[in-house]
Design a protein around this ligand. Sequence first.
Ligand code: 44T
Length: 847
Amino acid sequence: MPNTSARPKHGRRARRRRRVDPARDQLVSSSLESAQQCLLNQDYGTAFVHYLLVLNLAPVFKDFAQDSFRFTLFKWAEELDSVGRIQELFDCYEQALEIFPADEVILNSMGEHLFRMGFRDEAAGHFHKALKLKPDYPEARENFYRVANWLVERWHFLMLNDHGRNRKYQQAIQKAVQNGCNTVLDIGTGTGILGMCAKKAGAAEVYACELSKTMYELACEVVAANGMEGSIKILHKKSLEMEVPTDIPHRVSLVVTETVDAGLFGEGIIESLIHAWHHLLLPPKRGEGEFREDCTTGRVIPAGATVFCMAVECLEIRRHHRLCAAEVGGLSMAAARELRSPVSCSSEQDDSTEPYTTERLSRLPGGYRELTEPFTALTIDFNNVLELEGLSSREVREIRLPVTLEGELDALAVWFQLHLDEENSLSTGPQEDTCWEQAIYPVHSAMSFVLKPRDELIVEVSCRDAYLRLCCVAVLRDGHKIYLDERVDFQNSGQPIPNPNPEVELCSALACLQTSQSDSEDFCMLECSEMALLNNQDYHQSFCIALNKLISGLKVKSQNLNTGGTAMSAVDSRLLYVLDVSEGFSLLSLIAAHQGQVKAYSSVEKTKQQNVLRRLAHSNNISEQHLEFWLNHTEDERGVLQRPSREKLWSAIILDCVETCGLVRQKLMEKASLARFLLEEGGHIFPEKIVVYGMLVESDTLLLESAVQGREPTLGFNIAPFINQFTVPVHVFLDFSTLECRHLSEALELFVLDLMDANANYTEREVMVEAISGGRITAIPFWYQIHLDQNISVSTLSRNSHWKQAAVVLQEPLQVQARDWIRLAVKLHKSTISISAHIDNTPVQMD
Ligand code: 44T
């Protein structure tokens, strides 16, 4: 605790400036004393109020009281947090930052609270500010790296590195401005690039708006650095909140925007353009014959888009959205059929579901098979406001996709062509060599469905809540309709036609049967990664064997003890206790309970998911008393690892070590030491050890995603140094198996984390590795071997893993020759790995 009793040393300057006010001095000094006293008494709330009073009345005490004030704030915030007084907590931080606006520790700490509460953008902003104030502040740096992806999403780098896209936008803007569009609004300006293009092309007035605070600030910096500070007006606003003349003096003749996501409409372009046409743009030109633009009509770049869709078979998509396994870790999964991913186009949309997810099809492990030709699902003219307005009210349209290849129907893949103008267009298709991802609409139907050539897949296309929705409804086979989806309403679609093929009819009947039983209320949602985990048979099988080994051993031990005449009651001696503290949905407690004589505690929190586990317990003959939900017993998260005192210590504690994104979980080692303390003799932590492996690679792809590359200015503008401040050294969510890269070394062991033995751990390690071929080391992808016990382990790199990989991207690529030796310095600080690499060909001393 900081020293609270020292007397303040008044600076000479401060003393000279102070006006004499005895009453105020008296108040300040008594408040300061009270603050210190309260702090000693651990009455942090009152201490905080006193400090606030002192520092507001007498800023001269700031230096003196800063440490104690921070300490008080953090303690008080902890208390407020634990009792859920969140608004007050943030009020306190705001008051503190009014007094110490440049205090990096307070900023960082407020960021941590914001992050925990789910305000990621705001949290990231605080870490960034803290880091700007003190670049070598490791806590803020680490926090910043964890969230930088939210602040400035990685696609900004990809887009700025996509020279083709940049040039096409520039050409289209140039042409429009030269043709008379001389007042321009850039909606969602990002780094300011399109606005700057318009200015450079000679537009008289350029306005830009950006809703993200960080991106807005970045755009201001970039525009100033390019000497256009006075000539582009940037607003920190959503375009929908803009109006004439408050924000812009009059309507503009050109709107440029690239507010499109992989599913085209996900960034709200329809709504933004409808609003722009009504409030911000000049009226569109009327006749088809009017070719020349002038300053009295308005138009939009991009002018429109064509959306394509195609049915695909893809195991990688399937295992992330549907339960594929009938048995997992020895448990029958028949009772868990209602599990599904939150990505669904069903009519009952709510906040927890999304109509599509995104993937780069060309990078999916295991690839994909095209079951149909690409088909035009929709065309849209952004210059036609009636068409934009009509989208949402447009009737659901049915399209039919002729099947060209036999395969399981897993998803519809969607991409589009963005027509910037008559000449320039961009495509986001899976075959294109661009940075774009495709939108994936997974098929959730109750059972797998195999499409056959000559079938026709019937897809419903609609646009609700400004999202494009695609839904596979049925398959036309030999003139008969087989329904796929559960929400088909027979009154609208007509009764299914009797089918001469009994197999097909049975399938159809089954699909409908499933439907009527499970209305959406009964669905239980799992995150895509949780679904993939559930489908990971090896993982569960490994746990099953390891738990079985441990439990059988402990049972024998307790029997021996019992026959030896200890005082244990018969019941106690038979029950072993297992705690699963996995994050999210986990079957491991159930697998433990399935071993018999085990009382297992699950950390699953959501009621629906708990119910699924209960149902699975029931259907697998596991007594209800042998499965408990840990969090139903604890008010406080910190109590998670402490069992009710009346029970024995844990026989096994299962820790979740690696996040899906490929990083070690935060606070893992702290949790492990707490867990060790709570184990009974002979008890075990699962896993007992994790070994980090890595490989030296040359990968341009990773570079393109991490920073604006090259020394050439982007379209002649100086952007790279500004956006590159948001470069992070560790990339997450990689698929190492499909990453375009050259391997420059064998896989090597980088680091070991021992969860059972604290003394075995270290925080820094040097490893030597030989280059197997020459090249530029740009990155070191890494993954984990998770050792459950001495013989059983699972790898996060395995084909059916639900984990992705992460990679350290070197600050500067390292040129190496084949057979060079590279010295890697690997550090682990609070579960964040950092690696630096140097060539070191000095001969190794052999013992
Ligand atoms: N994603 C493309 C591009 N905004 C998404 O805050 C990269 C997709 C993509 N500002 C893979 C790769 C790629 N008013 O900074 C953002 C956002 C802002 C607005 C003001 C509005 N109405 C909006 C709407 C959005 O605009 C910026 C760009 S939007 C996202 C672009 C090729 N998958």
